[in-house]
Write a protein that binds this ligand. Structure first.
Ligand code: GDP
Ligand code: MG
Length: 457
């Protein structure tokens, strides 16, 4: 019997970098220029992501692709919009990444910054290939812009002094990357993607270098993705966010990175107090911009194909955890096995808690960021006695206060990218529990370290 030709799936790209480097602006520019110029439509806003059909990308990057004889094969590219550490840390599966490539955005005037370095750490940990967008080149003194142009065409018309400044700044960034153990090259001079990180100069303001960036991202994903990864196969999906929506109740925003999800599918998710099993009531994406007259803000789908961002409405989603994998119960699957499987990530974290029962308490926004934090603390040899997800409440402070009797210096909560409610703050003050809050893991560690050094003195 002849096998049916399999369907290609779209790769997933995530954008990372320090705040203000230009991540959002870069994505806006890719979307906007395509929409404004009336180029191939079909660019669709999805949950936490934007889908670019290959036609739209091809038209932008055509000249570069033609010059090198490159052929586009995948149907499109899904770019994760909510750029940030949590979304990236969450796009994972058993420690490896579900995201096929990343763009690390660096402001050419600022060079590498705290969150740039942190992003590099995460990319390494997940073994995700990435390229560096050296952004804001239009801010170099005397820059002459060619809106939307390929970067080498722009270089050709710059005054000598501007190119001199560019070279100086490029060299500085390359030096900083070398300090992180990364060799780097301008992308068109890079002959070994395995050995060197490629740098693409861009401007999210003028669109220069964006053709180069898109071309490179597609080329790298196609070349580095194995054959299997390029085709639709088993379902792989991750919960990005858990949200209450008026009229729908608690919903989960999911990135489907492989396979096909259908309305009515029975799904299994990880919950803070045990596995959640439910059935998909609706698969939703935002309404196209033009359809604002329609009452519901969402479009319903009978099924969705990877890669795609989709909101799932179903019963019993209340305790679901952001960062959880989402499994589908197939006809041959044992539901109990899936229940156990989906809880594994949480179980592993539980296992990494210090057995002595002495250590700090940690709190993070998602399973992915909690994992990143726990891994980091382990490297730093800081013992952990307990963790939780979401806002720090009074009961979390009560738990941390147990250390006051056992090992006073560890009566602390390291809160990563979460809120602390007022009651918890008051309780902490009155009991003498310290709460360190930060959005960057390094900062959390620095504050902790400073405090511990203070105690030892
Ligand atoms: P994000 O925090 O990384 O998402 O950064 P944003 O996209 O919000 O950009 C931060 C600021 O830098 C905004 O004021 C942008 O308009 C500006 N910006 C971003 N990219 C560029 C660029 O290429 N050139 C110039 N001149 N400004 C930029
Ligand atoms: Mg932003």
């Amino acid at each position: 019997e002849e096998e049916k030709p399999k369907e290609l799936r779209s790769p997933i790209c995530v954008v990372l970098g320090h705040v203000d480097a230009g991540k959002t602006k870069l994505l806006d520019k890719i979307r906007q220029t395509n929409v404004q110029e009336g180029e191939a439509g079909g660019i669709t806003q999805q949950i936490g992501a934007t889908y670019f059909p290959i036609d739209a990308i091809q038209q932008k990057a055509e000249k570069l692709a033609l010059d090198s004889g490159f052929e586009f094969k995948v149907p499109g590219l899904l770019i994760i919009d909510t750029p940030g550490h949590e979304s990236f840390s969450n796009l994972r599966s058993r420690g490896s990444s579900l995201c096929n490539i990343a763009i690390l955005v660096v402001d050419i005037l600022s060079g590498l910054e705290a969150q740039t370095r942190e992003s590099i750490g995460l990319l390494r940990q997940r073994k995700t290939p990435f390229v560096v967008a050296l952004n804001k080149v239009d801010r170099l003194y005397g820059w002459k812009s060619t809106p939307g142009g390929a970067i080498r065409d722009s270089f050709a018309i710059q005054p000598k002094s501007t190119m001199q400044e560019f070279d100086d700044r490029l060299r500085r960034v390359m030096g900083q990357l070398a300090e992180e153990g990364l060799n780097s090259k301008m992308y068109y001079e890079n002959e070994s993607f395995a050995r060197n990180v490629s740098i693409v100069p861009t401007s999210a303001m003028t669109g220069e270098g964006i053709p180069d960036l898109l071309y490179l991202v597609l080329k790298l994903t196609q070349e580095r993705m194995t054959k299997n990864l390029m085709y639709l196969s088993e379902i792989e999906a991750t919960v990005l966010e858990v949200k209450v929506v008026e009229g729908l109740g608690t919903t989960v925003d999911v990135i489907l990175s492989n396979g096909i999800l259908k309305e009515g599918d029975r799904i299994v998710l990880c919950g803070m107090s045990g596995p959640i099993v439910t059935s998909i009531r609706a698969l939703l994406t935002p309404q196209p911009m033009r359809e604002i007259r329609v009452k519901s803000p969402y479009v319903h789908h009978k099924q969705v194909k990877a890669a795609m961002g989709v909101k799932i409405s179903a019963n019993n989603l209340d305790g679901a955890i952001a960062g959880s994998r989402l499994l589908v119960v197939g006809p041959d699957d044992d539901e109990d096995e899936l229940r156990e499987e989906v809880m594994e990530d949480l179980a592993q974290l539980m296992a990494s808690i210090d057995r002595s029962g002495v250590g700090v308490c940690v709190q993070a926004s998602t399973l992915g960021s909690l994992e990143a934090l726990m891994t980091y603390l382990k490297q730093m040899k800081i013992p952990v006695s307990g963790f939780n997800l979401g806002t720090v409440h009074k009961k979390d402070v009560t738990r941390a206060s147990v250390m006051l009797e056992r090992s006073r210096e560890y009566a602390q909560i390291l809160a990563f990218d979460v809120k602390v409610d007022r009651e918890a703050e008051l309780e902490a003050d009155s009991l003498g529990v310290r709460i360190f809050k930060a959005d960057v893991i390094y900062h959390l560690f620095d504050a902790f370290k400073q405090y511990m050094d203070g105690i030892l003195e």
